[in-house]
Design a protein around this ligand. Structure first.
Ligand SMILES: [Zn+2]
Length: 71
């Protein structure tokens, strides 16, 4: 059981920064949404990513196609 020993040896007081609100997030079971501090921050980050990607893909496809067709 060397794998379990390694897990036990790793620091349990590791603290990271929430990518969304920059709050300190303790890397343990009290923060199930780590590296985010909460589910709210996790969803905000995913929402921004999804919106950005959707906007870029939609805009480039539609404008390109439209201009080529009308010329
Ligand atoms: Zn946060």
């Amino acid at each position: 059981m060397s794998d379990q020993a390694a897990t036990t040896n790793s620091p349990s007081n590791l603290v990271v920064q929430c990518p969304q609100c920059k709050k300190p997030v303790h890397w343990n079971e009290r923060y199930p949404h780590r590296p985010f501090c909460s589910q709210r921050c996790q969803q905000l980050d995913f929402g921004e990513w999804a919106t950005e990607k959707n906007t870029i893909a939609g805009a480039s496809v539609i404008s390109d196609d439209d201009e080529w067709q009308s010329e």
